[in-house]
Design a protein around this ligand. Structure first.
Ligand SMILES: Cc1cc2nc3c(=O)[nH]c(=O)nc-3n(C[C@H](O)[C@H](O)[C@H](O)COP(=O)(O)OP(=O)(O)OC[C@H]3O[C@@H](n4cnc5c(N)ncnc54)[C@H](O)[C@@H]3O)c2cc1C
Length: 406
């Protein structure tokens, strides 16, 4: 007799959901967490208020080498399923821009919800427990942990990604994937501020704290959200979003005045207010300090000339740059501040319905450890809930047949 039907490694968003669902479906579940408490990333998410889902979740909101992989789980567990759970616990929440849902009070409410759901399922929770080794007898699994040997029929790996090194991510999920013959897609920091060097860095330092709505574009993807100048470079939602698509050595385009054709507008300003300086015109639309920094770089010789004296081609060039400012980041702030890990366990080796490995039907991988990353806006938690739910159901429904053949 094995100690447990199911062991879930990692009491984060995906692992808690999976354990709760499997337990409530009748499986004897152990949830192992190496930290001293559960749901640590949930607690720090959304500035402490947890952006727990988004009202509109589409497969396009996710990055994955296999674009179809996310469809099944997302379609079977929608944002409304999680909202129903939030309502069951009377957790107050509100909607912010772009359909993002946040707790009114605290992310602790979401961790309590998941903990209660695990209790309802009779899930055993073991914190401060480190998994050292995993072996298989061809059917079930044996785990060597800091609190002894544990055997189970089904093993779910929900150990998350590499972001926030202070949380000591140990990469166990990736090691297990390789041990059991799954490929890894190269990993890097996603949803992360971009850093710059040289003149652009000194510019962002001077403008640090200024935020404005922009359209950020890279690798054919665009995001209309706020951008923030920082001491190290650029941040804010627009930049975090585009960082997931940007690759080292590539350019990012920033439209400082989205949906406005600045070439035409400046030409019109020249005709209507020929005595104005360009800075006076732009100060109506952009922060003065930003205009000042742009002036030093883009039109120093014409700074004190009225628009009437500007050659049309110079005015057009400034208009073009305002709508398409080309910047080459030096890098990103890395895992220290990243919200997600791009890349991870290659989904080709897994079922998109159950999250079981094709070659090891009793081994499952869910959540951020997979090569699936969501956009900013509650999509990463929705992915964690959806795949946790799918795997939780699958481990429990597979159990009967697996036990018979055991
Ligand atoms: C600062 C920050 C803010 C964020 N805000 C949001 C937000 O508002 N909305 C949103 O949708 N997403 C947000 N995210 C992303 C979101 O937190 C993750 O995508 C999500 O937590 C992934 O869930 P997961 O269960 O796969 O991994 P995690 O939540 O990281 O859980 C993995 C768990 O496994 C444990 N673990 C790891 N290795 C082992 C091991 N060897 N043995 C035992 N346990 C182990 C970890 O301690 C952790 O508890 C944010 C991320 C960060 C860093």
């Amino acid at each position: 007799m094995r100690d447990f039907d199911v062991v879930v490694i990692g009491a984060g968003a995906a692992g808690l959901m999976c354990a709760a669902v499997a337990g409530q479906a009748g499986a004897r579940v152990l949830l192992i967490e190496h930290a001293n408490k559960i749901g640590r990333k949930i607690l720090m998410s959304g500035g402490g208020r947890c952006n727990f889902t988004n009202l509109v979740v589409e497969p396009d909101n996710f990055l994955c080498s296999n674009a179809h992989f996310v469809k099944s789980a997302l379609s079977r567990y929608s944002p409304w399923h999680f909202i129903e759970l939030v309502s069951k616990y009377d957790i107050p929440y509100h909607e912010r821009a772009h359909g993002q849902l946040f707790c009114d009070n605290s992310a602790k409410d979401i961790v309590r919800l998941l903990h209660s759901e695990c209790e309802l399922g009779g899930v055993q929770l073991r914190t401060r427990c480190t998994v050292e080794r995993v072996s298989t007898d061809g059917n079930g699994y044996k785990l060597s942990t800091s609190s002894g040997e544990i055997s189970c029929l089904k093993l779910v790996v929900a150990s998350g990604g590499l972001s926030i090194p202070s949380m000591s991510p140990d990469g166990l999920g990736y090691e297990l994937a390789q041990q059991f013959g799954l490929q890894l897609i190269p990993r890097s920091a996603g949803l992360v501020p971009l850093t710059f060097s040289g003149d652009i860095k000194s510019m962002t330092e001077k403008l640090s704290g200024i935020a404005l709505p922009v359209r950020a574009t890279a690798a054919g993807h665009s995001f209309d959200e706020a951008m923030l100048f920082t001491h190290r470079g650029l941040s804010g939602p627009a930049i975090l979003q585009i960082s997931s698509y940007w690759r080292e050595g590539e350019w990012v385009s920033i439209d400082l005045l989205p949906d406005r054709d600045m070439q035409s507008e400046l030409q019109r300003a020249k005709e209507q207010t020929p005595k104005s300086l360009l800075r006076t015109v732009l100060n109506h639309s952009l922060a003065r300090k930003l205009v000042q920094e742009l002036e030093i770089r883009w039109w120093p010789e014409l700074a004190e000339k009225p628009l009437a004296d500007w050659p049309d081609k110079n005015l057009q060039s400034v208009g073009e740059q305002l709508n398409n400012w080309q910047l080459k980041p030096a890098g990103t702030e890395g895992y220290r501040t990243a919200e997600v890990t791009l890349g991870g366990v290659n989904t080709d080796g897994l079922s998109s319905k159950t999250f079981a490995c094709h070659e090891h039907p009793n081994l499952y991988f869910i959540g951020e450890v997979l090569d699936v990353s969501g956009h900013l806006g509650g999509f990463n938690f929705q992915w964690a809930w959806a795949c946790g739910h799918a795997a939780g159901k699958a481990v429990a429904s597979d159990l009967e047949s697996a036990l018979i053949s055991d």
